[in-house]
Design a protein around this ligand. Structure first.
Ligand code: KIV
Length: 261
């Protein structure tokens, strides 16, 4: 895979995206998928927080910079954390810090109607933005309260308007989280920038998942319906740990092979 320069209307579809919070995972993903997202899902997935509201600029800076070093080919996307883009001044100041520190190709912000002016401001300042709409996790203290959106025509219309406004204001793509297939289809057919879905059906122009969910590394027992487990790392790693423990107890490890003479 060659280095992709920019996410725009001509971007080859469907688009694949996964999260990476560490250099080792970024190294595995680079060049094999189109976009790598340093998502603020790291708050719950990596730091064991109940939600993403406790994620700080320092966390995003540290993980973003570490991941950045390993990405040579895929496009890099970084989340702006909760409450760091509440007004224009903070939004641009914090966007610049993340851009300078982590060098992502795009920043992602969670958008509601009230936040569209922030999207416009950042685009006016030449920041490449992905507009995250639908279920926006930063609005939830308790993830159990999350419900699929777009079931009523009012919700569907509002989401379509938000996606169309995001396009009009210059977003490079719209991320659709947790909505009915009909809603995602309607949005995808009525905007020309790419839609990237998570729990938003195959009608989107691309798909994103949290890498830890893909390999069953996350602790979350009750996985959302949209998560597909491709590999049971949890079980395999558990078996390896049991084997190591047995060998230590039986004094089989370290054998001569693993010993300096
Ligand atoms: O933070 C994140 O990882 C995300 C994805 C779930 C889309 O925003």
């Amino acid at each position: 895979m060659k280095k992709i320069k920019i996410l725009d209307k001509s971007f080859s579809k469907p688009i694949s995206c996964l999260t990476a919070y560490s250099p080792s995972i970024a190294n595995i993903l680079d060049g094999k998928i189109d976009l790598i997202l340093v998502g603020d899902s790291l708050g719950s997935t990596l730091y064991g927080m109940n939600n993403t509201q406790g994620v700080t600029m320092d966390m995003m800076k540290n993980h973003g910079a570490a991941v950045n070093k390993e990405i040579k080919k895929s496009l890099k996307v970084l989340d702006m954390p909760y409450k760091t883009y509440n007004n224009k001044t903070d939004a641009y100041k914090n966007a610049k810090i993340l851009l300078n520190h982590c060098n992502p190709d795009l920043l992602k912000i969670e958008i509601s109607e009230k936040k569209l002016f922030i999207l416009k401001h950042l685009v006016d300042k030449k920041v490449n933005i992905i507009s995250h709409i639908g279920v926006t996790p930063q609005s939830y203290k308790n993830f159990n309260k999350i419900k699929v959106l777009g079931k009523t025509s009012k919700e569907k219309d509002n989401l379509l308007k938000l996606a169309q406004e995001s396009e009009k204001l210059g977003a490079k793509a719209v991320l659709l989280e947790c909505m009915t297939a009909n809603t995602a289809k309607l949005i995808t057919e009525n905007i020309s920038i790419p839609t990237i879905g998570i729990g938003a059906s195959r009608y989107c122009d691309g798909q994103v998942l949290v890498f830890d969910d893909l390999i069953n590394l996350s602790l979350n027992d009750k996985k959302p319906r949209f998560v597909k487990n491709y590999f049971n790392f949890n079980k395999i790693a558990g078996d390896v740990v049991r084997k190591y423990n047995r060998e230590v107890k039986l004094k089989k490890f370290p054998s001569n092979k693993f010993t300096y003479n």
